[in-house]
Design a protein around this ligand. Sequence first.
Ligand code: SF4
Ligand code: SF4
Length: 103
Amino acid sequence: MTVSPCQSCGACCDTSAEWPRFSLESDEVLALIPERYVDDANGRMRCEGNRCTALSGKVGEATACVVYAVRPEVCRTCEPGDPECDIARRQHGLAVIREVLTL
Ligand code: SF4
Ligand code: SF4
């Protein structure tokens, strides 16, 4: 089984409070996210600083999304190695994925 690089990263979930913003989700879908992780007033996940409150663990070591099954669209579309991923990893001083894969 292939292990996703995201499990030892989490950088994109700790990059900007503006990032985990709701977009195409229906009210029914958003209602599945536990309230304590939602910032209704700003239409996004609740963040502390740049970090989404649904992120557990230590960025760059071991992380997980505690609402993974019901996470917002933006979180589903971010893929390891895409431009947003590169920006997030660099912000945390981590090598971008293509460099990691060629080490
Ligand atoms: S920054 Fe990239 S590798 Fe890290 S968790 Fe996000 S998508 Fe995965
Ligand atoms: S909801 Fe999950 S995947 Fe999305 S930013 Fe928060 S911790 Fe990351």
